[in-house]
Design a protein around this ligand. Sequence first.
Ligand code: ADP
Length: 271
Amino acid sequence: MPQQIVVVKLGGAAAQSVEEFAEDAAAQIRAGRRLVLVHGGSDDTNRLSEQLGHPPRFITSPSGHTSRRTDARTLEIMQMACRGALNQRVVAALQRRGVNAVGVSGVDGRVWEGERKAAVRSVEDGRIVMVRDDYTGTVSRVNVSLLRTLMEAGFTPVLCPPAISTNNEPINVDADRAAAVTAAALGASDLLLLTSAPGLLRQFPDESSLIRRIPRGQAESAQEFAQGRMKKKVMGATEALVGGVKRVVIGDARRARPIEAALAGEGTVLE
Ligand code: ADP
């Protein structure tokens, strides 16, 4: 039987937990698991944006979702932070532990392709405004053959935004949802979304209100507990399950052995 693939999305102030994450990923790979690693880099992008004098701005959609206002300069800063800095740190941390990791942004080899949104609806002072120069979209196609080629040759892919649009422009995409579509496309057994919370909390931020299990039929309605960026994780989890992933775990990135713990079912298990 072919080895099962586990897609792991590292979040939760990713930069701080890179070493622990790499340690655990290396141990899992040594134990025979095939991993595809994904990260975003919103904290790093925020920091670099401030440093470069182009402070981060956010858009709230009419349905209440928040996303980064990604003008051309922000896109460039995001590329520096995600692909330039964080991705290379993750790859180097894995290389130090004997894992032959390869950094791949969604642009490279069209790993993540999606439609750029022609206009983004933004609520400003109670009114809906159309933003037209935003470089954002959603991944709709994954270059599975490239990922399989890398894995079959013994490489561990480390994926990050941006993605590439059908018109060949880099676009900012949500890394949780990109990880979800990747897991579905690869026929992964598990998708682990590691974050700076113990999982999905019924009463955020009360960590004792952790929801331990959500049956797949109720995944979408679990959205009612999520606020802010957690909404994207629940959305990604739902999309992954619909796409055939057997189990999604929203787990704690801040703990030791975060991957092992999530695989053991610590966190919020959606199945
Ligand atoms: P990451 O960077 O870890 O990928 P985000 O910071 O984008 O993730 O989103 C996760 C955050 O969402 C958590 O750290 C927490 O602050 C917040 N959050 C909102 N609602 C909830 C909830 N119901 N349960 C857990 N965390 C929540």
